[in-house]
Design a protein around this ligand. Sequence first.
Ligand code: GLN
Length: 232
Amino acid sequence: IAGCSGGNDDTIVPGTNAAFAPFEYEEDGEIVGFDIDLAEEAIDRAGYEVGDWSDLKFSSLIPSLNNNDIDLIAAGMTINPDRKEQIAFTDPYWESNQSVLVQSDGDFQPEGESDLDGARVGAQKGTTGESETERLRNEGVIAEDALKRYNNYVLAVEDLEAGNVDAVVVDQPVANNFAAGRDVSVAFVIETGEQFGMGMRQDDDRIGDINDALAEIRDDGTYDDLVAEWFE
Ligand code: GLN
């Protein structure tokens, strides 16, 4: 049946990539975060059962959704034209730019894109952060072999701390979170003006119920409570 995972229309099975705190990450063997709470609340209020979370590579989320392995992506995923050809997005629930992280005490402290000349720059595979590094390469700012891709952002930041890469491009709130907990800091911000949405299959009519639930979650203050819980 189109639009169903495991043939069950009452359950929405969510998927994420749990290396993107505070939106989604692992704590004591559990997947937690802002997206997790927001998605569960929306699925529940829309009248569906929340299935078991799948933790997947970010680049596997869209194929897994279209394979019916999962029914909903909640992964800080930016709404963009390329993805909109493949999946449907809920109404936006977040806005973000990209931040450039460097070692806090390192010699390399770029103040803008042109200072990345000669730097090795990392990002997570399949992300808009990766697209920004590709743009910098296409513009000739960084070299072809200076672009490093990782399966997740935690690995990218660990490689930055180890000195194997000079900078990491990652969504602003996640960069701030890494900066608060690790030996990295934000050098500068690239104003991309992205919006995050949850992803569902293009033929899944349940997206209307999820959008109604998301609107209600905003209107009654639950959204602000979740922001306060995970970001402040
Ligand atoms: N917002 C970025 C994107 O959609 C990164 C998301 C992520 O790494 N979880 O590509």
